[in-house]
Design a protein around this ligand. Structure first.
Ligand code: G6P
Length: 373
């Protein structure tokens, strides 16, 4: 293959470790030291963003999860309504389309059939509504970039492993730049907030490296999954979509059934599943929701569950023997936290897959790019 494995056993591993560079490449030429360059989305982007009243994100798989993180950001940080839906549902219902909707597709390949069909369908309404289309995509000259008004290329480089890793990370970087550009164009974000986000993003390659440095510890923890058939991933806020992505990654490469739950929903069903046979992975940054998450974890502990907690230096979840705690990062901000906390989950899935002996880069029944329905 044109892309060499080098020192790595698998493309997935190589691509996980390329993430600090992928972040640098995605930011390159798109930010100054304090600002985001709106022109990164195309020279007409500022004119287009002025007309935006809400955002509709459409994607599949891992790309859908990056969209879910962005929904929290858009509504929480700039107060702009944002909806997210998987393309295969959106294209087959009759969604209510509102004037001034920025229609954003997210895709590594730019060729996913359902995502493309959703875009083509929305374009038919362009004579009646102002619905500018933007794609966040990793492949230049793909179907999505050709058919969208605006394009932002994630510069992740070629991704060979079927389970997406570095593309996801760069999609989140792209979405944080979109948030900032749209926010400042509409007067919903001031220069100070913008500067704070940019400074966080410039620290991101270092934060990702810091998370990668915990590989040995995570490899050790992967042993907990060797004889397990199910796993539960918990998070709150943006860590809920990160939990979804962690569960998807584990399913894809290790074939262990994994489910993600917003931690506050535990008592509405999944608590019934908890016993010593089901590892529970919790993502626990020090944020406004940490105390609530901690009490959710106590409920799991009381039922004999084995907990694996990813936290930062200030979270202080517990040192009980029921908890395996990995401090993968320093305290991170609202934008950098989901990006940083996803990294150890990628490594966990990779090492569980090695233990299970699966075909890590080409899991059974899955394709890198789903170009037919
Ligand atoms: C397939 C891949 C996933 C990917 C999804 C969406 O299922 O295996 O890794 O997330 O398609 O692909 P896209 O290229 O649109 O991001």
């Amino acid at each position: 293959s044109a892309v060499e494995l080098g020192e790595h056993r698998h493309y997935m591993h190589k691509e996980i470790f390329e993430q600090p560079q992928a972040v640098i490449d995605t930011l390159e030429g798109r930010v100054t030291k304090d600002t985001v360059l709106t022109s990164a989305f195309g020279h007409q982007a500022e004119e287009v963003f002025k007309t935006v009243k809400q955002v509709q994100i459409i994607a599949c798989g891992t790309s859908y999860h990056s969209g879910l993180v962005a929904k929290y950001w858009f509504e929480d940080i700039i107060g702009l309504p944002c909806q997210v839906e998987v393309a295969s549902e959106y294209r087959y219902r009759n969604p209510v389309v509102q004037d001034g909707t920025l229609f954003v597709t997210i895709s590594q390949s730019g060729e996913t059939a359902d995502t493309l069909a959703a875009l083509q369908q929305i374009k038919k309404l362009k004579s009646k509504f102002n619905i500018p289309t933007l794609t966040i995509c990793n492949v230049p000259e793909s179907s999505l970039t050709r058919e969208s008004d605006l394009t932002f290329l994630t510069h992740a480089g070629p991704e060979i492993g079927v389970a997406s890793t570095k593309a996801f990370t760069t999609q989140l970087v792209a979405l944080s730049l979109l948030l900032t550009s749209v926010g400042k164009t509409l007067g919903l974000m001031d220069a100070k907030q913008e500067q704070k986000i940019v400074h966080g993003l410039l620290k991101l390659p270092g934060l990702v490296k810091q998370a990668l440095a915990h590989e040995d510890e995570i490899q050790e923890i992967a042993n907990c999954f060797a004889d397990k058939h199910n796993a539960l991933f918990l998070g709150r806020g943006t860590m809920y979509p990160i939990a979804m992505e962690g569960a998807l990654k584990l399913k894809e490469v290790s074939y262990i059934h994994a489910e993600a739950y917003p931690a506050g929903e535990l008592k509405h069903g999944p608590l019934a599943l908890i016993d010593e046979q089901i590892p529970v992975v919790a993502i626990a940054p020090k944020d406004d929701l940490l105390e609530k998450l901690k009490s959710n974890l106590q409920e799991v502990k009381a039922r004999g569950g084995q907990m694996i907690v990813f936290e930062d230096e200030e979270s202080g979840v517990s040192s009980d023997k029921e908890f395996k705690v990995v401090k993968t990062t320093t305290n991170v901000g609202r934008i950098t936290a989901p990006i940083t906390f996803n990294i150890p989950l990628q490594l966990l899935s990779y090492h569980v897959a090695l233990i299970k002996g699966t075909d890590v880069d080409q899991p059974r029944n899955l394709a890198k790019s789903v170009t037919v329905e």
